[in-house]
Structures are given as structure tokens and as C-alpha cells.
Design a protein. Structure first.
Length: 473
């Protein structure tokens, strides 16, 4: 369905679009004066918002914050019209904990911060206090040293492609001919970057090996790349954290677990996303619930004492009953950290193409209860939230939250979200972030997404990022 918005001043088009997209995420939104469904007039002292049935006026209190006030006015009008109310209110930024951290640094009290979130963004108290809790941990752990960096290494292959995935993640069975060349290209980039780090005498705090699924390759290929990572970045260095995102239980073997122990991996993720068999099949995962349990227990028996698990809220055909079952199963396994993702419907995913009708039926109130179930799970596991971020097109305009046991926080996640530490990224579709602390700015240097192109242009990828890094170091 097309929703036509007659906006008197198109300077505010993006702000108005954001609010309408919250309430009508699966509709086509257009701005034109004829045949309008909604009319938004921006006057000197007020906004007038109307549909075919009613008209409301909203007076401007602070002219210097007209965009913020316009978003609130549109939100309130659409909230009253549709009956929908979102916990984050008008806030669509992906790092809301930064607001809390900034206010904490200004010496604001918790109650003052809660009031700020509501008065400026109509954010409810629960979400505001979540930001405060996360902000306090970030204040303690966020990077403060220019020469301290983290590393990201990407493996763009998975056993299968999930329905909701929009990453450069290739089903490994269909592209075996490019896996070996990719590993050698990645190893080449690792070699060049390790040389740069040594020459600049940089301190590597954390390494995150993600994807895709790093363990999607065979045992020998995995051993080869892990040995290179160890020799170039870990051996002889004081790395605080080395994470491997195992992700898919169907990609894990005892040999891969042994390899990870051998090369000093101290944090892994085993990610079921859901513990409901029907949903696993629907979203394109080949593993079963019993596979998750088996591989988790294998990891524990082999000595892994920092295991994360990911789950997703809002998967197609899942409701409160299914989330409760997932939480019950996760509770019995007792992981050391938990990442709760809200489903984000990305345009590059099969989900965006094929499952709109299922997603449109999700009730916001039930979605709120589903999130509460996951926060209760974290509480029952003895965990507290330590990082949080949001994405565009999230079902119900919700958030992703990382919970952990005390001292089990993922340092890399905090540094990545807060963007106060340079992260050098290697591999196809990875993005280096060069952080100029003194100037409070960040430059992104992306690698190419396509694996074949990356294999041809690995040297170019190194050169592009080192040019930017040399401006800093």
C-alpha cells in the first residue's frame, strides 16, 4: 500500500519519513501534494498534522530543536491514530547508550537522564535505564589510548544462507573453488597488516574472528588460518581477548574446538538463534536443537569457559510461546554471555522478499513481552547488560542487547559500538574504522564485498587502509 504524505517543507522530509516508517514499515512512503493520506504543515510557531478524519496542532517550544519537536509531533499523531506505541519513542539512532554515557560524563543523575530521554525522544523509562546501565559499563571499559587497537577478521562463508541474512555470506557448498584462494588472500592481508602493526608499535587489545561463519571451512583450512592469526597477532603479545564466532553448530567439530584451544581462543559464540525446530527449518538452518546442545556441551568438556549464545526475537511465525521455549532451553545450558537480537528486515535478505505478510502480523505489545522474557532469562542467568545497539528496519523498532556474567563482557563489542578505538578489519566485506581520538572523528575504509574481487585485490585493500592509518600513526 502506498501512503502519500503532503509535507509543506521538504527540508524535513527525512525526519518525517523516519516517523512514518516506524508506524508503516511495510508500506511505500511517498511525498507529493496530490491525493495525500497525511498532511504535515510546518509553520513558524506550530505544526499542523492531519489525515482525512482529523487535524491537530502542536506548538513549537524550542525553535532551535525544530526537527526533534517535529518528530515528536508526528509520532504522537500517528500513535494516537494507530494505537501503536514504541518503547524507544522517536529515537531511531543506532547507539542510544552514547546519549546516556555523554550525560553521565556531564554528571547528570539517573532520574535526570530518564527525564531527558522522555522529554526529547518519548523513550520509556525501561529503555532509558537500560541505556544508563550499559553506559556505566562503557564508561569503565571504553578505549582511551590512541595506540591501542582491535582487529576484525572476516570469513564470508556459511553452511547455508539464513532467511534474514544480508551479509556477504556465501553458502560454502556452492563456492568451494574460491574458498582456498580466499584463505590465501586473507592470510596475505594478515601478513601485511601484522607488519604494519609491528612497525607502528601498536597495541592489539582484542581480536574478533567473525563472518559469515569462520568454522564453515574444513578442519585443515581452519587450522591453517588459525595458525596464521596466532603467529602474526597473538604469539608473544598480551592480547586481552580472542573471540571466534563459531555461530553454526553444524559447522563445529571436535578438531575445530581443539584448534581453537591450541591457538588461545578464550571466547566463542555458539548461536542457535532459536531453540524451536520448526523455526530453524523455516529460516534456513540445517542444524537441530539437539545439535546446539551437543556442541555446547562438547565445548564445555574441552575447557571453554566463556561461551556466548545469540538468539533473535521476532523471527517469522514465532510468538511469546516460542520465545519462552527458547529461553527455557538456553537457561538449562547456562552460557556465560547472551546476545539478544531484534529481527532486522534487510533489503538484501530473502526475508524482505518473501515473508512480509508474516512479519506484519506481529503485535507490538506481544513483541514487548517477548523482549521482557529475554531480559528475564538474562537475569535468571545472573547477567547484566553491557552493550547495546540498534539497526534500521528492526521489527517493532527495538534493540540488540549483549548480556554477560561479571567480567565476561566482550571487550571487542564495547569498542566496536562506542567507536572510540581504531579497528583494523581484514577480509571481504570488512570495514576498517580509523578513530582520531583528539579530533573526535572516524574514517571508514571498506574492503570489497565480493570474494572473487577480494581475492584479486587483496594488496589494494591493504594499501587503502594503510594510507588512512598512516594519517593517524
Amino acid at each position: 500500500m502506498i501512503i502519500n504524505i503532503d509535507l509543506s517543507n521538504l527540508k524535513y522530509r527525512y525526519d518525517v519519513y523516519q516517523m512514518f516508517n516506524l508506524f508503516y514499515p511495510f508500506n511505500e512512503l511517498v511525498f507529493q501534494k496530490d491525493n495525500w493520506n497525511y498532511k504535515v504543515e510546518v509553520k513558524d510557531d506550530k505544526f499542523i498534522i492531519r489525515d482525512k478524519e482529523e487535524s491537530k496542532e502542536f506548538f513549537i517550544e524550542e525553535a532551535s530543536k525544530i526537527k526533534e519537536e517535529l518528530k515528536k509531533a508526528v509520532y504522537i499523531f500517528l500513535r494516537d491514530k494507530t494505537g501503536k506505541n514504541f518503547p524507544w519513542g522517536t529515537l531511531v539512532g543506532i547507539r542510544p547508550s552514547k546519549i546516556a554515557l555523554s550525560l553521565l560524563n556531564e554528571g547528570k543523575s539517573e532520574d535526570e537522564i530518564v527525564d531527558y530521554f522522555y522529554n526529547h525522544h518519548l523513550t520509556n523509562e525501561e529503555k532509558a535505564r537500560l541505556c544508563i546501565r550499559v553506559g556505566k559499563i562503557e564508561k569503565r571499559m571504553v578505549n582511551k589510548e590512541q595506540n591501542t587497537i582491535s582487529l576484525y577478521i572476516g570469513m564470508p562463508f556459511c553452511p547455508t544462507r539464513c532467511l534474514y541474512c544480508s551479509f556477504a555470506s556465501n553458502p560454502i557448498a556452492s563456492c568451494k573453488k574460491i574458498v582456498e584462494p580466499y584463505i590465501h588472500s586473507l592470510t596475505h592481508e594478515i601478513e601485511k597488516i601484522s607488519k604494519f602493526i609491528r612497525e607502528k608499535d601498536l597495541n592489539v587489545e582484542t581480536i574478533y574472528f567473525g563472518g559469515g561463519t569462520p568454522t564453515a571451512v574444513n578442519d585443515e583450512q581452519f587450522e591453517y588460518i588459525m595458525k596464521n592469526i596466532y603467529n602474526k597477532f597473538i604469539c608473544g603479545n598480551n592480547i586481552k581477548e580472542f573471540t571466534v564466532e563459531c555461530g553454526r553448530p553444524d559447522s563445529l567439530t571436535q578438531n575445530k574446538f581443539t584448534t581453537m584451544k591450541k591457538y588461545r581462543v578464550d571466547r566463542i559464540s555458539i548461536n542457535p538463534q532459536t531453540m524451536n525446530e520448526d523455526t530453524l527449518k523455516l529460516i534456513g538452518r540445517n542444524h537441530t536443537v539437539s545439535d546446539v546442545i551437543e556442541k555446547f556441551k562438547m565445548a564445555r568438556e574441552l575447557g571453554f569457559n566463556n561461551i556466548n549464545m545469540d538468539i533473535i526475537v521476532g523471527l517469522p511465525k514465532e510468538r511469546l510461546t516460542q520465545i519462552k521455549n527458547t529461553c527455557k532451553e538456553i537457561l538449562s545450558l547456562k552460557p556465560d554471555s547472551l546476545t539478544v537480537h531484534g529481527l532486522s528486515v534487510k533489503r538484501g535478505s530473502k526475508l524482505h522478499e518473501n515473508m512480509k505478510e508474516h512479519l506484519q502480523n506481529i503485535d507490538q505489545n506481544e513483541l514487548n513481552l517477548m523482549y521482557k522474557e529475554t531480559s528475564k532469562l538474562a537475569e535468571d542467568l545472573g547477567m547484566t547488560p553491557y552493550y547495546m545497539y540498534r539497526q534500521k528496519n528492526m521489527i517493532g523498532n527495538m534493540e540488540n542487547v549483549g548480556y554477560s556474567l561479571p567480567k565476561m563482557e566482550c571487550i571487542y563489542n564495547i569498542q566496536m559500538i562506542e567507536e572510540r578505538q581504531t579497528i583494523i578489519a581484514m577480509g571481504a566485506d570488512s570495514v576498517t574504522k580509523v578513530v582520531f581520538l583528539d579530533e573526535n572523528r572516524l574514517e571508514r575504509v571498506p574492503n570489497v564485498k565480493d570474494v572473487i574481487e577480494y581475492n584479486k585485490r587483496a594488496d589494494e585493500m591493504v594499501e587503502r587502509k594503510t594510507i588512512e592509518l598512516n594519517k593517524l600513526y
